[in-house]
Design a protein around this ligand. Structure first.
Ligand SMILES: [Zn+2]
Length: 412
């Protein structure tokens, strides 16, 4: 028996509000296991560039590494082709003029270059260019509608897990229940959080809201995230044993680049050069100079503390931030810290333990107690703003790729 590894990538099989590539991948792997005696070594959930076109909210692609007997190579390809035909039929039956996913399934018998992952998590990748690269390597792939799914499917294969990788156990709902309300209550999620404190992003304490179950009518029951495979599995079995929880039909543990900050090059430091401007929608922005380049940084209303801090900034403040460059070159902030504030107007001077008051226009400042007068001036201070504390949006408003501050973050 000669076992060989097979790298499988799958992307863009789902509809924005229903279906889920995680479940499709699970079906595919189970199908290959039962027909080719494959054994699965690793399941991957890889999040990619948040501004990619045609993306779903999380912009995630799926990968798997399986082992097969080398004499089953042709059979495997044949079954993948049959499976993809069924997928196409299903997608066609649900597509309409506006929504028509472009699924891609790639089968490779060797690893892909790691830089394919990095280009796909940090920026736009041209699908036709990636397709050419894959064709040059004689890989097998299936696409439908367009080639756009090829970027994510190939990135899921080329990703190399590292010390920043995390794990997510995803469980799926029973067929008849999809579309109905999920029975995953906040109380059980809170207890899960207490019992398995090393799992993460289970709930948003600021909103008293659970974060493990999606809100769309997709087949996912919940996902439990954590630092290793055993912990998320233990947490899952504990949760499934609770009285009122909905039982899942199946589950799989995925290794993932979620919470890795891989989409961010590195924190930037710069000097604020404009007053913050608030937009009608509650977002705010200002300009900074960093490495002699002018950047516009934007905080969204959903950014919470990030938005609050940005509005308190004034020209001259030295700040540090992480965020991603949007297609129009502005930086969408993810984390922000005020390192060295410019002095701010604090108050009029004090006398006899009280603030001196102006006695009118073009008049001196005067102490009501001792009647002393002085020229008008302001007292400046740096103490009215919090410095050297990183801020980030609440858990429900963070990107899948963003590393939460609670998982430690280097202050540059
Ligand atoms: Zn006085």
């Amino acid at each position: 028996m000669n076992l060989i590894p097979v790298y499988i990538g799958l992307d863009d099989t789902d509809f924005i509000e229903s279906g889920c590539t995680t479940e499709r991948m699970n079906n595919l792997i189970n199908y290959l296991i039962s027909h080719t005696n494959a054994t699965e070594v690793e399941r991957r959930l890889v999040r990619l560039w948040p501004f990619a076109e045609n993306r779903t909210r999380g912009n995630g692609a799926l990968g798997s590494i399986i082992n097969i007997n080398s004499d089953k190579k042709d059979k495997l390809i044949e079954y993948c082709s049959l499976w993809f035909d069924e997928l196409k039929k299903d997608i066609n039956s649900k597509s309409n003029e506006f929504i028509h996913p472009s699924p891609c399934l790639i089968i490779s018998f060797k690893k892909f270059p790691e830089n394919w992952y990095w280009s796909s998590v940090r920026g736009h990748v041209d699908a036709s260019k990636r397709k050419k690269q894959i064709e040059e390597e004689n890989n097998i792939f299936f696409t439908h509608n367009s080639d756009s799914g090829i970027v994510g499917a190939s990135a899921a294969i080329s990703w190399v897990p590292s010390s920043t990788s995390s794990w997510e156990l995803i469980s799926w709902r029973r067929k008849g229940l999809i579309g109905t309300e999920r029975k995953v209550n906040f109380n059980d999620i809170s207890r899960l959080d207490e019992k398995f404190p090393d799992t993460f992003v289970n709930r948003d304490p600021t909103k008293k809201r659970g974060l493990i179950a999606p809100r769309t009518p997709c087949p996912v029951l919940y996902g439990i995230r954590g630092p290793n495979s055993k912990l998320v599995t233990d947490a899952h079995f504990w949760l499934q044993s609770q009285k009122n929880i909905e039982n899942c039909s199946s589950f799989a543990v995925h290794i993932s680049n979620q919470l890795s900050d891989d989409h961010i090059i590195s924190p930037h430091t710069g000097t604020v050069v404009s007053e913050p401007i608030e937009t009608k929608g509650g977002h705010s922005y200002l300009d900074v100079i960093s490495n002699s380049e002018l950047n516009r940084i934007i905080a969204f209303r959903e950014g919470g503390d990030v938005n609050d801090l940005l509005r308190k900034l004034i020209p001259g403040d030295i700040i540090c931030w992480t965020g991603i460059v949007s297609p129009n070159d502005s930086v969408h902030l993810e984390k922000l810290i005020l390192i060295n504030p410019s002095p701010r107007i604090e108050s009029r001077p004090n006398c006899c333990n009280r603030t001196m008051r102006s006695s009118g226009k073009n008049q001196h400042l005067r102490c009501k107690n001792c009647k002393k007068t002085t020229d008008k001036y302001w007292v400046y201070s740096r103490d009215s703003v919090n410095t050297n504390i990183w801020v980030e949006p609440s858990p429900s408003n963070r990107r899948h790729l963003s590393k939460p501050l609670s998982i430690e973050y280097p202050i540059t």
